[in-house]
Design a protein around this ligand. Sequence first.
Ligand SMILES: [Mg+2]
Length: 358
Amino acid sequence: MTSTLPLAARVISEGFLPARSGEGFLPARSGLLQGPAEPVSGPIPPDRVRGMLLGLAIGDALGNTSEGLTAVDRTECHGEIQDYLSNRHAGGRRVGLPSDDSQLAFWTLESLLERGCLDPDDLSARFASRRIFGVGESVSTFLRNRAQGVTPWYRCGAESAGNGALMRIAPVVLLHPMDPSAALWLDTALASIVTHRDACSVASCVAFVDLLARLLRLRSPPRKDWIVTTFLATVRQVCSDQRYRARGGRFADWEGYFPDYLELVLGEAHLLETVPSVLWILERHADDPEEAIVRAVNDTNDNDTIAAIVGAAVGALHGGNALPRRWEMGLLGRTTADDSGRVFRLVESAIRQEWLTE
Ligand SMILES: [Mg+2]
C-alpha cells in the first residue's frame, strides 16, 4: 500500500490540514499523526464490507425523496417511511436512486479500486467529472474552485463544517486493513479536505472511519455507550481547538469547541445536527439495523445524509445479509442517471480486492 505520509506532510506544512493549533502544524506532534491509541487490524469479513457499502447506498436512497422536511411534516406527507417512495426520476416507481451522498461515496470507492491507494487528485477530478444530484453548498464551492483553475487539489475544498465530506468518507476505511494506524487516519483526513477544509469536518471523518474500522471487525454488537465514547475519544485527539457556533435551534447561542458541543447535545438528548443525530441513533439502535435506518430516515432533517452514515455503520456491524432484502432488491444501484447495477459491481470488486486482506 502506497504511503501518503509525504503528501500529508506537505499539505500540513502549507497549513491546509487542520491540526491542534496550540501545537502548531508539526506533523510529529499532532494528534492526527499519532493515530489511534489502540489500533484495530485484521481481515474484514466480506459480508461486513458489503453491508457497510450497501447500507450507505440504501440509507441515501430511502431518505433522498423526503430530504429537508421536519419529522412532523414528513410523517404528515408520507406516514412512517419504511421503504422507497415513488420516484419521479424512475417513472414513479418505488425504487432506490442515489443522491450526492452515495454518488460521491461510490466514486471514492471507484477511485480507491482503480488507483489501489488514496489519490486525492484523482478523487477531486472524479467528483468534478459527473453530474451530482442534490449537490450541497460546500461541494458547489469546491466545483467552482476547480472550474476556475485553482490548484493543487487541496486548495479547492470549501472552508466549511458541512457534512458533505462525512457522508462520502466510509469507503476509505477499506485501506490499510492490516495496519490501520496513523496511515488510515491520514488518508481519511486527506480524502476529507478534497471538498471540506475544516477541522471539525476532518475530526468527524477520522472519528467515523476509525469507528467503522472497529465495527467492521466486532464479533457482536458493542455495549451501549461504546460507540459514543469511541467516537468522542478520536474527535478529542484530532480536532483542533477552533471554536464553532451552532447554526440554530435550541443551541443557537452556544459557542465553543466541537467535542464539548457533542457532549452537550448528546447529554440533552436533542437532535439538531448530523453528528449528534448519527450518534444518538446508533447509541439506541445499533443492534437493529432496520430500525436504525428507519429512525434516521424518519426522524432527522438532512435524512438522506444521516441515513447514509447510519446505514454504513450498522451495515459494517451486522453485514449485508442483516439488511432487509426488500431494500437491496429495490435499489437500482446507480451512481449516475443511467448506470444501473454499478453499485453492486463496485461492492463485488471491493470484496475481491487483495489489499483488503494483505
Ligand atoms: Mg443527498
